[in-house]
Design a protein. Structure first.
Length: 296
């Protein structure tokens, strides 16, 4: 299995794990580790651990009952009614290693050492240290603020979107708002809106019934399609960089796979939205606010 890779060389590409990436991580690790016994758990360096009771030592000797996903969170259930709730944030990965982390590994936020020598590691690349972990009693999990505030799952069976998105906010912001619908981030939102042929800046409250139905169908299809792709192309050990099957996001300047028009990008806050002007905005190229400010 994979050896040490120092933080400086980590090939992190800035893709934040979203529903498909977290789901494939949970599926593969669940299949591999269900029933494994935990030897010890450590949270080295800058402490990503946000809880202190029960202590991590409570996991010693416990067995892994399941590894699963809720929204963009990973959940590790252990016997003894204990649950680790983890959020990878923008640059984290949960990966399984044959060997234990060396003392110079600065990317690890949580080490779950298993009987037999393997180690499950929550690693974080990049300069920000934002990934977090909570150890909770199983009964407290659903009441934890992080899960209690989540909207319904975007996949596999989201509720009808007309009501859910009925707000005067742009679709790209609504779909990424975890309190509205859970699991979608800045990569997959571009793919979903392109698939549904809707402008990222159309307001949720302006969706008609047919558009809302189409958007729901694309949400299920795009996220499910990504998962099918990962199921066929990814196995353990999970790579640092998953092969995201994106067609639109980060493809600005290239021809639209549907109509051949050149995909455009618009900067919004600190990120970039890609879209097809022909398929999504009636030919209009959306104003790049940063650029228009410079030209004024
Ligand atoms: Zn197009």
């Amino acid at each position: 299995m994979r050896g040490e890779s120092p933080a400086a060389r980590a090939p992190y590409d800035g893709a934040m794990p979203e529903l498909p990436e977290v789901e494939i991580t949970a599926r593969l690790l669940d299949r591999e580790l269900r029933g494994e016994q935990i030897e010890s758990v450590l949270a080295p360096g800058i402490n990503a651990l946000k809880t202190f009771e029960p202590p991590l030592a409570a996991l010693e000797g416990k067995r892994i009952e399941a590894i699963r996903r809720r929204g963009k969170h990973l959940i590790l259930d252990a016997d003894g009614e204990l649950t680790l709730l983890m959020h990878l944030m923008s640059a984290g990965r949960l990966q399984l290693y044959d060997k234990r982390a060396g003392p110079r590994d600065r990317t690890s936020r949580l080490l779950v050492r298993l009987e037999g020598g393997r180690e499950l590691r929550l690693r974080e690349f990049g300069s920000k240290q934002a990934a977090w972990v909570k150890l909770l009693r199983s009964g407290e999990l659903e009441q934890d603020h992080a899960l209690a505030t989540l909207g319904p799952e975007a996949w596999p069976e989201p509720p009808p979107l007309a009501e859910l998105l009925d707000a005067p906010r742009p679709l790209h912001a609504l779909l990424r708002d975890q309190r509205t619908i859970a699991g979608i981030g800045r990569s997959w939102v571009d793919e979903i809106l392109w698939g549904a042929m809707l402008s990222p800046f159309k307001r949720g409250s302006d969706l008609d019934e047919a558009e809302a139905a189409r958007l729901r169908e694309e949400t299920i299809g795009v996220l499910g399609g990504a998962l099918t792709h990962y199921d066929q192309s990814v196995s353990l050990p999970l790579p640092d960089k998953l092969p995201l099957p994106l067609q639109v996001h980060r493809h600005e300047g290239e021809p639209c796979p549907r109509c051949g028009a050149i995909l455009q990008a618009v900067h919004f806050e600190d990120y970039v939205i890609a879209y097809c002007p022909t398929c999504q905005t009636e030919g209009r190229v959306l104003k790049d606010r940063r650029l228009s400010r410079l030209l004024r």
